[in-house]
Design a protein around this ligand. Sequence first.
Ligand code: ATP
Ligand code: ZN
Length: 284
Amino acid sequence: MLLRLAIQKSGRLSDKSIDLLHGCGIRFSHPKGRLRAVSDNFPIEILYLRDDDIPGYVADGVADLGMVGENVVLEKGVQVEEVRRLGFGRCRLAIALPRGERYDGVSSLQGRHLATSYPRLLERFLSENGVQASIHEISGSVEIAPGIGLADGICDLVSTGSTLLSNGLKEVETILRSEAVLVANPDLSEEKRQLLERIGFRMDAVLRSKGFRYILLNAPVGAVGQIIRLLPGMRSPTVVPLADEGWVSIHSVIQDDDFWSIVDQLKEAGAEGMLVVPIEKMVM
Ligand code: ATP
Ligand code: ZN
């Protein structure tokens, strides 16, 4: 028996999905043009699909699991279980208008024509806000719609905003914040659930390590107390004696961004030879 996992065939989520699975120690090939691959070291089959099809296939049970943008899951409105947020593919679904337009809140959208690939989520946002606007569903290149006179504004995915900018648009409302999620068919067999749990456990270890670094440094014994206060670590930092008497090596875990904010204090406390290295997995 194989667990079937659908991931995006080619697009923004493909590489990160594959990296995450490899980080979980699941080996499989990614042959060009092929639709599926079976792992040789875990009972799992990978299906390569268009992202739009993934929620439906998981809901129908064609696939047991899927990795896909939460935006697509919510737009499709199908019954799947969200089992993990995956921390990549972050974006927002936003309404944008031509830069020169005046905008005084949602009421400015009244009576407008908006182009989008997300009619369902846009409709929900408009009705929750008591706004009547017409929605033109288009499947790609939404951002050019106002420029060619197809719509007054758009509702589309944005990450940096540079695409909007280069099309003369400004973001006026965020209607959803999204990232890639792992979804599961709600009726998995007990056996498949157990496999899902094994993968989930591995994913947690990989995801948890994101944003953390391992730090090693040398310090005089007398400075240990002060340095440990700066580096609380996972439980308590490791302190090992160096061959050079009176000196120790301190090992700990720090948040990625924290290093630069404490480096001066560490130096002042007497730390030397600091190494900050990446962590692949953290198992608690
Ligand atoms: P497919 O060929 O599989 O249908 P697609 O063109 O619909 O691909 P992509 O553009 O690869 O999809 O985007 C896949 C997902 O990446 C989106 O659904 C969204 O969750 C996420 N994403 C992150 N940032 C952005 C962005 N700036 N624009 C679009 N999608 C983004
Ligand atoms: Zn798509």
